[in-house]
Design a protein around this ligand. Structure first.
Ligand code: GDP
Ligand code: IMO
Ligand code: MG
Length: 429
């Protein structure tokens, strides 16, 4: 039992980064398997704050090999800047390896992201503007440029010329300025030369690691309801953040994924547009946002805040084959006398316990709540279950019972130390 997926069980920003950092030193490999620098993973330790967008949070552990796997969308400029920034903060980082199958994000992807969002008008998705959607579009259209080609100058030049001709037609159609190949090549050949030493096969490395029973930690990005297939389509990202994405994005077979822990906030947040049945666009939502400093790690946008949605969480548990939950940010709820949790949806003909499948159903769905008692105490000093107030314990028990998934870890503050491991046996099995 050596592989573990840390997956976002809601709409992203559940504190995956913190948890991967907490568990990272127990793993030999930490692997990002999907998404790109639309992700923002915060790690706070030893008085320093690290914000990772592309590097796995495991990079801080020097005996760990960090892998950017084939399912990822990699912006070379952002990655090189992040490597430099992280080295300035901590000199001794772990080793990094990049899959030749990972796709490269270019400036024309970012430009198209902006042009497409403007063209959507009121139906905009609220993307992070990092070019992620347009890059995955190229992947599906089978014209994307992968890392393996990018680091071979002659091949890269040939591929870029082909692709750019195609992309410029689209850019012009959407009212943008065509991208000039010469300046793009000059800049990006430089990045390719710097990244080339990191690019080599990762699939067989991981497969061999699994055979040897070495510990591999998969660091999810985004969250289950942003998954292209399982999320609130079309208000989703263009990759597969779910546990299944760890197989697709790395080349590890489904039976070699031994454990999956779903990270969820004790409430719910979402950034960008799209359905959010338990959203509290009111004083409670504002209180949660301020107490929890709920502003995006990547874009700084205020996060939309609301009550914990247990219908969605239970669905997420099933999609992701969760063996355990990691409930984070319990400390943020302190001082709210009564906590609502959503236990059913009403889509117009009485309560149901499944999630909608179409955008119109998502628009009309009404959350049905159960009220649980809150707590006043600052719980961030708790280090074991017994230190928590009875009402916090009851809140956790309710989540476990409703979802049918036991809690493995509780997080009661952003620091590495502010963590309670409840059931260590659920982590690696
Ligand atoms: P990720 O994208 O899932 O890695 O999450 P983000 O890093 O985008 O957002 C999570 C935020 O919550 C970060 O600012 C963390 O430092 C912070 N955080 C993590 N765990 C806790 C916790 O238990 N309590 C509080 N108050 N903050 C936390
Ligand atoms: P982490 O890993 C929260 C959201 C965007 C937008 C939608 C599509 O930090 O949890 P995209 O740029 O991916 O095409 O935007 O997805 N989104 C995230 N929301 N956390 C993230 O990552 C996100 N990555 C993308 O806000 O609604
Ligand atoms: Mg984030």
């Amino acid at each position: 039992m050596s592989t573990l997926v840390i997956v976002g069980a809601q709409w992203g920003d559940e504190a995956k980064g913190k948890i991967v950092d907490v568990l990272g030193n127990q793993a030999t490999y930490v692997v990002r398997y999907s998404g790109g620098n639309n992700a923002g993973h915060t790690v706070i330790t030893g008085g320093k704050t690290f914000k990772f967008h592309l590097l796995p949070a495991g990079i801080l552990h020097k005996n760990t090999l960090s892998i950017l796997a084939g399912g990822m969308a990699i912006c070379p400029k952002a990655l090189l800047e992040e490597i430099d920034r992280t080295r300035e903060q901590q000199a001794d980082l772990g080793e990094l390896r990049i899959s030749p199958s990972a796709h490269v994000v270019f400036p024309y992807h970012r430009l198209l992201d902006q042009l497409e969002e403007s063209a959507r008008g009121n139906n905009k998705i609220g993307t992070t503007s990092r070019g992620i959607g347009p890059m995955y579009t190229d992947k599906v259209q089978r014209i994307g440029i992968r890392m393996g080609e990018f680091v071979k100058p002659e091949l890269f030049k040939k591929r870029l010329a082909e692709v750019l001709e195609f992309k410029n037609r689209l850019i012009t159609l959407l009212g943008g300025e065509p991208v000039k190949i010469e300046s793009l090549l000059e800049e990006y050949l430089g990045y390719a030369a710097k990244l080339a030493p990191y690019v080599s096969d990762t699939e067989s490395v991981l497969q061999e690691a699994v055979r040897r029973d070495e510990r591999v930690l998969f660091e999810g990005a985004q969250g289950t309801f942003l998954d292209l297939d399982h999320g609130t389509y079309p208000y989703v990202t263009s990759s597969h953040p779910t546990t299944g994405g760890a197989c697709l994005g790395t080349g590890i077979g489904p039976r070699d994924i031994h454990n999956a822990l779903g990270v969820c906030k004790a409430y719910t947040t979402r950034v960008g547009e799209g359905p959010f049945p338990t959203e509290q666009d009111n004083a409670v939502g504002q209180q949660i946002r301020e107490q929890g400093h709920e502003y995006g790690t990547t874009t700084g946008r205020p996060r939309r805040c609301g009550w914990l949605d247990l219908v969605a969480l239970r669905h997420s548990a099933r999609i992701n084959s969760l063996s355990g939950l990691i409930i984070t940010r319990l400390d943020v709820l302190a001082g709210i006398p009564e906590l609502e949790v959503c236990t059913a949806y009403d889509m117009g003909s009485g309560p149901v316990n499944y999630i909608p499948s179409t955008p119109c159903e998502w628009e009309t769905v009404q959350a049905q709540y159960q009220t649980l008692a809150g707590w006043d105490e600052d719980i961030s000093g708790a280090r074991k279950w017994e230190d928590l107030p009875k009402t916090t314990q009851d809140y956790v028990r309710f989540i476990e019972e409703f979802t049918g998934v036991p809690a493995a870890i509780l997080s009661i503050g952003p620091d590495r130390e502010e963590t309670i491991v409840l059931r260590p046996e659920l982590i690696w099995g």
